[in-house]
Design a protein around this ligand. Structure first.
Ligand code: G6P
Ligand code: MG
Length: 219
């Protein structure tokens, strides 16, 4: 059996930070004089901060100078940090810890593969940092998902071949990135939205030990 590696996305897979991103982006939108809806927030999942800012300005029909663009992006993040500052272990999504414990018990290397530049403080706040052998996030990559860079780098840092990695993702762009990296892609969320994933689960509560053992034995 080849050595396996598991890669977790953060936002929407380990914790539901999408709601805090939404609050911070909608605070900024209202300051700029328009409404940003929860439906529009779907487009922001898995997407880099800079790209989110561009989409937000498109929605509001606003043209910004480079200076304004950068200032607003910082402002949004400062606001977001205020929300995540209050996070604790109660915000870990159901059965994430069970799956992490299962992998630890089997001595499987675990990576984080996220677009967020706030990944490390969030993992610290919710008390999960020690589970991760390596963290690849928005600070380490140049190409955003759906480019596979983040997952390929995570595999490299784990010392596991890309073919032997399994990825948990809640964003369409993330599933596309995992598929491009030739990894097993597991969609966490709505299977109609994540239809390109190899396997789909509403959340980790649906993922039993038989399935997890199958992943360890697979390929
Ligand atoms: C994740 C989220 C996105 C967010 C991105 C950057 O991928 O799903 O909604 O825009 O991270 O997050 P950051 O914390 O760096 O602003
Ligand atoms: Mg995500």
């Amino acid at each position: 059996m080849n050595k396996k590696g598991f890669i977790f996305d953060l936002d929407g897979v380990i914790v539901d930070t999408a709601k805090y991103h939404y609050l911070a982006w909608s605070d900024l939108a209202s300051e700029l004089g328009f409404e940003f809806t929860i439906e529009q927030n779907e487009m922001f999942k898995g997407v880099s901060r800079k790209r989110c800012m561009e989409i937000l300005l498109d929605i509001g029909g606003i043209t910004a100078t480079k200076n304004q663009f950068d200032t607003w992006m910082v402002e949004k993040n400062v606001d977001y940090l205020k929300y995540i500052d209050k996070m604790d272990a109660s915000e870990i999504l159901p059965d994430v810890v069970r799956v992490l414990d299962f992998l630890k018990k089997h001595h499987i290397p675990i990576a984080l593969g996220s677009a967020s530049k706030n990944a490390q403080p969030i993992l610290e706040k919710v008390g999960l940092l020690s589970y991760f052998d390596t963290i690849v996030d928005g600070n380490n990559v140049t190409k955003a998902k759906p480019d596979p860079e983040v997952f390929l780098l995570a595999a490299k840092q784990l010392g596991v071949k890309a073919d032997d990695c399994v990825v948990f993702e809640d964003a369409v762009a993330g599933i596309e990135a995992a598929n491009k990296a030739n990894m097993v892609s597991i969609g966490i969320g709505d299977k109609n939205i994540l239809s390109e994933a190899q396997y789909n689960f509403k959340d980790f509560t649906e993922m039993d030990a038989i399935f997890l053992n199958g992943l360890l034995a697979g390929k």
